[in-house]
Design a protein around this ligand. Sequence first.
Ligand code: NAG
Length: 132
Amino acid sequence: MKVPHSLLLLPLLFALAWAQCPTAAELKNANGTKICAQLYTDNSPYYDQCCAGSVLVVQPDEDQPYAPSAFNNKVSSLVVGTRCELTVWDKKGKGGKTRKFKPGPFPRLQEFRRGIFGDWDNAISAFYCKCS
Ligand SMILES: *[C@@H]1O[C@H](CO)[C@@H](O)[C@H](O)[C@H]1NC(C)=O
């Protein structure tokens, strides 16, 4: 995010800061162990308001050939943890098109192309997450 120089904007920035996507390093369980990925149902044209809506916490080695129905074809933002990799598919049972996401926040899945005409917004139906 580009930080404006005007101090007048600081209160606004702090107000929105909580709504930004977490960083890869921030993905930790309450007990301190690593979370592999977090999937979110909502995003926004504003990057600092992405990673919103319902969140699905994905633990290392979690394998979901059938995404839970509350998240099937509904994921719009995601974050992958440090030294982890999330593989997604656009058809149930790990069919159709696939893509791997590396560590870091991906606020707007519209920006990731899926085939010629599609993108990955509201398209994930299966996933597998692993950490090294
Ligand atoms: C830490 O918490 C996560 C999520 O609840 C759980 O899957 C994991 O087994 C826990 N690990 C330890 C070492 O307690």
